[in-house]
Ligand binder design. Structure first.
Ligand code: BG6
Ligand code: GLC
Ligand code: GLC
Length: 924
C-alpha cells in the first residue's frame, strides 16, 4: 500500500480532495487543517455510546457469551486480593511487552509492613526487530540471556530467586504460573507462541541458557502489576490502567460474576483487554481514514482497533499519516512532502510528546521537526502541534470512556450508586503526553459523575506489583511442596502394590495351613453357591454394618422377595454388655414379627454377623474378636448363636430356629451368586472391609474332607497385624489407630474402610493447618473433634459433578474457615486417601483371584466378585480404581464386579435355604 497515508476522501467537505496547484494562504491553511482535524473530534454523545457498548461487551464476556472474536476478553488473572503490604523477600521481575521494543529486568526487595522501602534495581535491554518478529524460541532465549546478564552483577549467591513474569499480552491464565498466549498484540509477532503456555516457554529457555538460579512462579499482565504495586497505605486500589505501547485495564470483579471461574466468593482480578474492543466494528463512529490506513499497515490488521486509537505505538504513526496527508495537499511544509513523512515509524511517541509540550518554544518544535528530516516553516509549528493535540486528545477521551465503562461495571457489581476508589496508572502515554492525564480525568468526571476517582501513578512501571504477586505465588508454591510431601507416602506405585499382593498370598497360604498368620482364613461351612432350587420363607438378621436390619425373605420360583426394617443400635448398646446387645436384638425381632404378623411362627433364621467367627458348623460361630465400632463385653470366645438363643430364652414369648450364621462377605457372595453363578468371591468395603472366596477343601487345614470347596472368610481387615505389611504407615494412620477402640488391630481395614478414611483425612487436615497450608494457619477448634469429617464427605467432595463451590459449601457446613485454595487442597487430600484405599483393596482382590486361578490350574480365569458396602457404592471413583488395580496385578483373570442390591441378609437367608434343602434331603 501507499505508505503516505489515505488518499481520496481524506477530509470532510471535500476541501482537501484535490492537491492544490499552489500553496494556499496561511490563514486558509489553518482553516483547512482545522477542518481535517475535526475528524478526530468525538462528541459527548458518541463517547456515551461507546461507553455503553463497551460496558455491554464486558458484561457479555463475563457471562461467557463470547462470539468467535470477542469484543473484550475479560480474562481472570488468578489474583484474588489487593496487597496487604506484608509480603517480603527478594524477587526478580521480567517485563516483556509493556514498553515498545524493550525488555526490562528488575530486582525488587519487598520489606513487609515494617521495613523501609528499597528502590528496585533495573536494566532495560533493546529487543532487536528480528527477535520481535522471529521464532518464539529466539525471543525467549533472548530474555533468558538478559536475565543471566542482569543477575551476574547482583548478590544472588547460590539462592534460587522467585521470578515474576510481566507478560503484557492477552493470555488465558489457568493458574498463577500458567498462561496461554491468545494472540500477539502491539509490535510482536513471534512464531510458535500463540496457543502455548508462556511460562513453560520461559522455563525451557532458562534451562537451555543454563540459568538455574531463577524459578518462575507467577505470570501477570502489566495492568495487574500496576494495580498490585499501588501503595496499600493509600487505601485499596482496585483498578489498574496502562496506556503505554498498548492500552488496557484490570479491575477487581466479584468472582461470582465471572462465568469462566468455578468460584462464588470473593473477588478476582480481571484483565479487560479493551484494546480489542471495536474489532467487531463497534467503533465505526469514530474511525477516520487515517485509522483505516494505520490498521492496514499494522502487524495485525483488523485486530486491536481500540488500542490503535490510544496506544503509544500508534499515536506517532497517526500523526505522521495526517502530516503526510496535509503536506501532500499543500497545507504543510511548503507543499512538499519530505520522504521522512512517507516512511512508517518516523514519528514515535516521544516526538509527539515533545511537539506537544506547551513549555517547548517554537524553536524546540522546529528542531524536532528538522531532526526528523522535515523542513518546517514558522507557520507549520502551530499546525503540527494542532495535529498532535487532536490525535492525543481523542486518545485521552476514548481512554477515559473505557475507564468510565469499567467504573460503571464496578458500580453495578458492587451494587453501589456512588463509588470512591483509586485507580493505579502506568505507562508512557500517561506520563509523557502533557495534557493526557488531565483530559482523562475531566472526561471520566463527565461520563461517570457518581464516581470519585483518585489516580495514583505507579512508581516503577508495575515491577513492585509483579513482585507482590510473585511473593503470593511463591508462598502458594511452598504450600504445594508441603502438601506434596505430606501426601507422598499415600501415593503407592505398581511395585509397592505387587509386594502387597505377594504378602497377602503368603499370609493366605499360612492361614489356610493353620500356621501363624494375620489372615485367619476362617472356614464358613458354606460349600456351594445357590442353585436356584431353594424355596421357602426365612427370617434374617443383619448385624455389623451401618444398619442393623431384620428381614423376611421369601424365596419362590419367581425370585426373592424381601421385607425389611432397619433398627438402631445405640453406641452404649454396641459397647455395653453382651446381654444388653443380644436382648436388644431379640426385642427388634419381636417388634418386626409383630409388625409383619409373624408372631408365633418359627421360621428358619439366618444371621449375618459381620465379625470374625471361628465356625464349627453352619450354626455355630465363636466370636474371635470384635471389630469396627462394637465392643460388647462377655461375647468374645462365645458362640454367637448360643448368645442369641439365650436371649430368645429370656424372652419366653418367641421361638426362633437359628439355622445359619454367615459373615457379610459370605452373604454378599451368596446373594450375588443367586444372580450370577460365576460369583465365587465376596467383597465388602463399607464400615469395615473383608473378603471371602471359594477355596479347595484340600487346602483348608482343620476341616475334614478333601474334595469339593468351601467358602473361606479371610478376615483381611486384620492383614498386617503381625507387622508383615510393607505399606508405609503414616503418622496419620498411627493417630487414627491410637484413637480407635482396638489399637494395633485391623491394620489393613484401617487403611481402607469407611470407618477410618474420614478420620485419616481429618488428621492430615490438622497437620496442614499447623503448617499454615490450610485455613490461613488459623487454629480451628472444629477440626479437633473426632469423627467430624465423615467418610461420606470424601465421596461428595470427590464427585466430578460437584463444582468447587459445592465442595466449599460442604466444608463450610463443618464450620471450617475456608479460602478458595483450601477447597482444592482438601479435595486433593481426600483423593490421595481414597486412592490408596482403593489400590490396597485391589491388590487384595488380585491376590484372591490369582489364588483361585492357580488352585484350578487355569491359564485364564473368568470370575465374578460380589461387592457391597457404602464406601464402594457411594464413592465416585473407588470401584473403578479397584478394577484398574486388579487388571494391572492379575492380568490373567477376567474379573467382573457385581454390586449386591439387597444386602447380605438375603445371602444369609439363601444359606439357610440351602441348609434346609440339604437337611430335608437327608431326612428323605
Ligand atoms: C451389606 C450388609 O451387604 O453391606 C451389611 O447387609 C454389611 O451387613 C454391609 O456389613 C457393609 O456395608 P456398610 O457400609 O453398611 O458397612
Ligand atoms: C495490549 C495487551 C494487553 C496489555 C496492554 C498494555 O493491549 O494485549 O495485555 O495490558 O497492551 O500493555
Ligand atoms: C470387619 C469384620 C468382618 C466384616 C467386615 C466388613 O472387618 O471383622 O467380619 O466382614 O468388617 O463388614
Amino acid at each position: 500500500m501507499d505508505s503516505s497515508g489515505p488518499v481520496g476522501p481524506g477530509c470532510r467537505g471535500g476541501a482537501l480532495s484535490a492537491r492544490p496547484e499552489c500553496s494556499p494562504h496561511p490563514s486558509d491553511s489553518t482553516q483547512l487543517v482545522q477542518e481535517c482535524l475535526k475528524q478526530f473530534e468525538v462528541t459527548e454523545a458518541q463517547l456515551r455510546q461507546i461507553q455503553a457498548s463497551l460496558l455491554g461487551s464486558m458484561e457479555q464476556a463475563l457471562l461467557g457469551q463470547n462470539g468467535p472474536a470477542p469484543a473484550v476478553r475479560m480474562l481472570p488473572a488468578y489474583v484474588g486480593s489487593t496487597p496487604h503490604g506484608t509480603e517480603q523477600g527478594d524477587f526478580v521481575v521480567l517485563e516483556l511487552g509493556a514498553t515498545g521494543a524493550s525488555l526490562r529486568v528488575l530486582w525488587v526487595t519487598l520489606t513487609g509492613t515494617e521495613g523501609s522501602r528499597v528502590e528496585p534495581r533495573s536494566r532495560e535491554f533493546v529487543i532487536p526487530p528480528d527477535v520481535m518478529l522471529g521464532p518464539g524460541q529466539q525471543l525467549f532465549d533472548f530474555a533468558a540471556r538478559c536475565l543471566a546478564e542482569f543477575l551476574e552483577a547482583l548478590p544472588v549467591h547460590s539462592r534460587t530467586l522467585p521470578l515474576g513474569f510481566n507478560f503484557s499480552f492477552p493470555c488465558h491464565q489457568t493458574g498463577l504460573d500458567q498462561s496461554t498466549l491468545i494472540s500477539w498484540t502491539k509490535g510482536f509477532k513471534c512464531s510458535d507462541v500463540e496457543g502455548q503456555d508462556v511460562v513453560r516457554l520461559l522455563r525451557e529457555a532458562l534451562k537451555r541458557q543454563g540459568v538455574t538460579s531463577l524459578s518462575v512462579v507467577a505470570v501477570v499482565n502489566d495492568t495487574v502489576g500496576t494495580m498490585m504495586g499501588c501503595d496499600p497505605g493509600l487505601g485499596p486500589c482496585e483498578v489498574g490502567l496502562v496506556v503505554d505501547t498498548g492500552t488496557n485495564a484490570c479491575y477487581m470483579e466479584e468472582a461470582r460474576h465471572v462465568a469462566a471461574l468455578d468460584e462464588d466468593r470473593g473477588r478476582v482480578c480481571v484483565s479487560v483487554e479493551w484494546g480489542s474492543f471495536g474489532d467487531d466494528r463497534a467503533l465505526g463512529l469514530v474511525l477516520t481514514p487515517f485509522d483505516h490506513a494505520l490498521d492496514l499497515e499494522s502487524l495485525n490488521p483488523g485486530a486491536q482497533r481500540f488500542e490503535k486509537l490510544i496506544g503509544g505505538l500508534y499515536l506517532g504513526e497517526l500523526v505522521r499519516l495526517v502530516l503526510a496527508h496535509l503536506a501532500q495537499h499543500g497545507l504543510l511544509f511548503g507543499g512538499c512532502t519530505p520522504p521522512a513523512l512517507l516512511s512508517r515509524g518516523t514519528l514515535g511517541l516521544e516526538h509527539v510528546a515533545e511537539l506537544q509540550d506547551p513549555s517547548a518554544g517554537t524553536a524546540r518544535v522546529l528542531t524536532v521537526l528538522q531532526s526528523l528530516g522535515l523542513s518546517p516553516g514558522a507557520s507549520d509549528v502551530g499546525l503540527v502541534q494542532s495535529v498532535c493535540m487532536a490525535v492525543s486528545t481523542r486518545a485521552a477521551r476514548l481512554c477515559a470512556t473505557a475507564l468510565a465503562a469499567v467504573l460503571g461495571r464496578l458500580q453495578h457489581s458492587r451494587e453501589q450508586q456512588a463509588l470512591q476508589l483509586s485507580v493505579a496508572t502506568g505507562g508512557r502515554v500517561l506520563a509523557r503526553l502533557p495534557r493526557f492525564r488531565s483530559l482523562l480525568q475531566e472526561t471520566v468526571m463527565l461520563l461517570a459523575p457518581e464516581c470519585s476517582v483518585t489516580f495514583i501513578p505507579s512508581e516503577d512501571g508495575g515491577g513492585r506489583g509483579v513482585a507482590v504477586v510473585t511473593a503470593v505465588a511463591a508462598r502458594l508454591a511452598a504450600h504445594r511442596c508441603l502438601l506434596e510431601e505430606t501426601l507422598a507416602p499415600f501415593r503407592l506405585d505398581q511395585e509397592q502394590l505387587v509386594v502387597v499382593q505377594a504378602q497377602m498370598r503368603e499370609a493366605m497360604a499360612q492361614g489356610l495351613r493353620g500356621e501363624a498368620s494375620s489372615l485367619r482364613m476362617l472356614p464358613t461351612y458354606v460349600r456351594a453357591t445357590p442353585d436356584g432350587s431353594e424355596r421357602g420363607d426365612f427370617l434374617a438378621l443383619d448385624l455389623g454394618g451401618t444398619h442393623f436390619r431384620v428381614l423376611l425373605v421369601r424365596v419362590a420360583a419367581g425370585g426373592v422377595q424381601i421385607t425389611s426394617q432397619v433398627y438402631a443400635i445405640p453406641e452404649q448398646v454396641a459397647q455395653g454388655t453382651g446381654r444388653q446387645l443380644f436382648d436388644h436384638i431379640v426385642d427388634c425381632i419381636v417388634d418386626f414379627q409383630q409388625r409383619q404378623g409373624l408372631s408365633g411362627q418359627s421360621l428358619p433364621l439366618g444371621f449375618t454377623f459381620s465379625f470374625p467367627c471361628r465356625q464349627l458348623g453352619l450354626d455355630q460361630g465363636i466370636l474371635l474378636t470384635w471389630t469396627k465400632g462394637f465392643n460388647a463385653s462377655d461375647c468374645e470366645g462365645q458362640d454367637v448363636v448360643t448368645l442369641l438363643r439365650e436371649a430368645i430364652g429370656r424372652r419366653q414369648a418367641v421361638e426362633l430356629n437359628v439355622v445359619a450364621i454367615v459373615n457379610d462377605t459370605v452373604g454378599t457372595m451368596m446373594s450375588c451368586g443367586y444372580e450370577d453363578h460365576r460369583c465365587e468371591v465376596g467383597l465388602i468395603v463399607g464400615t469395615g472391609t473383608n473378603a471371602c472366596y471359594m477355596e479347595e477343601l484340600q487346602n483348608v487345614a482343620g476341616v475334614p474332607g478333601d474334595s469339593g470347596r468351601m467358602c473361606i472368610n479371610m478376615e483381611w481387615g486384620a492383614f498386617g497385624d503381625d507387622g508383615r505389611l510393607s505399606v508405609p504407615s503414616t503418622c496419620f494412620d498411627a493417630s487414627v489407630d491410637r484413637a480407635s477402640i482396638n489399637p494395633g488391630k485391623q491394620r489393613f481395614e484401617k487403611l481402607i474402610s469407611g470407618m477410618y478414611l474420614g478420620e485419616i483425612v481429618r488428621h492430615i487436615l490438622l497437620h496442614l493447618n499447623s503448617l499454615g497450608v490450610l485455613f490461613r494457619g488459623q487454629q480451628t477448634q472444629r477440626l479437633q473433634s473426632r469423627d467430624i469429617f465423615k467418610t461420606k464427605f470424601l465421596s461428595e467432595i470427590e464427585s466430578d459433578s460437584l463444582a468447587l463451590r459445592q465442595v466449599r459449601a460442604i466444608l463450610e457446613d463443618l464450620g471450617l474457615p475456608l479460602t478458595s485454595d483450601d477447597a482444592l487442597v482438601v479435595r486433593e487430600v481426600c483423593q490421595a486417601v481414597s486412592r490408596r484405599a482403593a489400590q490396597l483393596c485391589g491388590a487384595g482382590v488380585a491376590a484372591v483371584v490369582e489364588k483361585i486361578r492357580e488352585n484350578r490350574g487355569l491359564e485364564e480365569l473368568a470370575v465374578t466378585v460380589g461387592v457391597d458396602g457404602t464406601l464402594y457404592k457411594l464413592h465416585p471413583h473407588f470401584s473403578s480404581l479397584v478394577a484398574d488395580t486388579v487388571r494391572a496385578l492379575a492380568p490373567r483373570c477376567a474379573v467382573t464386579f457385581l454390586q449386591s442390591e439387597d444386602g447380605s441378609g438375603k445371602g444369609a437367608a439363601l444359606v439357610t435355604a440351602v441348609a434346609c434343602r440339604l437337611a430335608q434331603m437327608a431326612r428323605v
